[in-house]
Design a protein around this ligand. Structure first.
Ligand SMILES: *Cc1c(COP(=O)(O)O)cnc(C)c1O
Length: 378
């Protein structure tokens, strides 16, 4: 059986975790946490990267930093993970869902402006599959209406838009290092802050239970105290040790994933040309990171049959998000602006094939052959 996902492992993880344990500091903000933050800052050019316990928590921190509250509106796609919405719902905001583009499955930038009201505070683009949203258009609208933009770049590590790394383009960016993502620490994430040093300080306080402990450790204050609201959003240094082993090998991981992605694409192209399936589209200016490889079947029924057929043939595959606006919480906390032309219909067609670091050419070929067999094409 070719699994749908396997957590990434590059070789030095165990050694680095042992090192973290030997250092006698396994709580947060140890040596490996600092190395990971520095790596992200250097790679992306962001003002400050803070490692967090998850991307969900990075989104929660971003929501706090934007100051959204009851009655405010936050615009995002409905085709996303629950955390994108949850982080803002927790602050009392109403979610305004906007339809996606069928070619990238990202929020349709052309529909955002019409969804803006006097209560709108934030736009949250989600870079699906590590393919960037149209950030020039989105940042332009945000500037015109004085809105915050929070990038849900959970899937976007090592991907870029017009030369800029995803997560470092808008006011705030959020990464995930969950085991299903390209680089992992089991559970974890990062908040990237582009706005100001004041916001960096505020974020450090929120992340450290509302205390100025970060300033204390830098020797800027001689004791630390409770200064504002906050929570505990910093991961253990053992988890950061696992992540650092992967970030060090980021190019190798990225190149290997991209090679498998291209192999899928070229192998399945005839099916697209014959009109059986659709394949991912990478707009100009976007460099993706092979976070996932998906195809689109004709409809829900065909997709279900294909998943079952692949399973019988030893290939793990998976559908993805059920649109949030039709979920019970989505109905309660949000509304869909405009017409749902693509969100539901396209989400019902999408099927993800095995994609992980260490996936082999022969495994990709097996998956391609199985899909072709399903459609009766050789
Ligand atoms: C994975 C993911 C998240 C959540 O990440 P966690 O680290 O598991 O909290 C949020 N948004 C998107 C788009 C994701 O893919």
């Amino acid at each position: 059986m070719i699994p749908f996902n396997r957590p990434p492992f590059t070789g030095k993880e165990t050694e680095y975790i042992s090192e973290a344990i030997s250092a006698g500091k396994i709580c947060g903000d140890g040596a490996f946490t600092k190395k990971c933050s520095a790596w992200i800052e250097e790679k992306t050019g962001t003002r400050r990267a803070l490692l967090t316990t998850s991307c969900t928590h990075a989104l929660e921190m971003a929501a706090l930093l934007t100051g959204v509250g009851a009655g405010d509106e936050v615009i995002m796609p409905s085709y996303t993970f629950v955390s994108t919405a949850d982080a803002f719902v927790q602050r009392g905001a109403t979610i305004v869902f906007v339809d996606i583009r069928p070619d990238t499955m990202n929020i349709d930038e052309k529909l955002i402006e019409a969804a803006i009201t006097p209560r709108t505070k934030v736009i949250v683009p989600v870079h699906y599959a590590g393919v960037s949203c149209d950030m020039d258009a989105i940042m332009g609208i945000a500037a015109k209406y004085n809105l915050y933009v929070v990038e849900d770049a959970a899937q976007g590590v090592m991907a870029s838009y017009k030369g800029k790394q995803l997560g470092s383009i808008a006011h705030f960016g959020c990464y995930s290092f969950h085991e299903t993502k390209n680089y992992s620490m089991g559970e974890g994430g990062a908040l990237l802050i582009q706005t100001s040093n004041d916001d960096v300080e505020k974020a450090e306080i929120i992340r450290e239970k509302g205390t100025d402990r970060s300033r204390f450790f830098r020797g800027q204050v001689d004791k630390y105290t409770w200064v504002d609201y906050g929570s505990s959003y910093l991961p253990s240094d053992m988890n950061a040790a696992y992540l650092y082993a992967q970030l060090e090998k980021a190019d190798e991981v990225n190149n290997s994933r991209l090679a498998m992605w291209n192999r899928y694409y070229n192998g399945l192209l005839t099916l697209k040309e014959k009109g059986f399936i659709d394949l991912p589209f990478i707009p100009e200016g976007c460099v993706h990171n092979a976070h996932m490889f998906y195809l689109k079947a004709k409809d829900l029924k065909e997709r279900s049959a294909l998943i079952a057929f692949l399973k019988e043939n030893g290939v793990g595959s998976a559908f993805h998000y059920i649109p949030l606006h039709s979920a019970p919480a989505g109905l309660r906390f949000g509304r869909f602006h405009g017409e749902d032309v693509y969100t539901t219909a396209e989400s019902e067609r999408l099927l993800r094939l095995p994609m992980f670091y260490g996936l082999t050419e022969s495994e990709v070929d097996t998956a391609i052959a199985a899909v072709k067999e399903f459609y009766g094409v050789v």
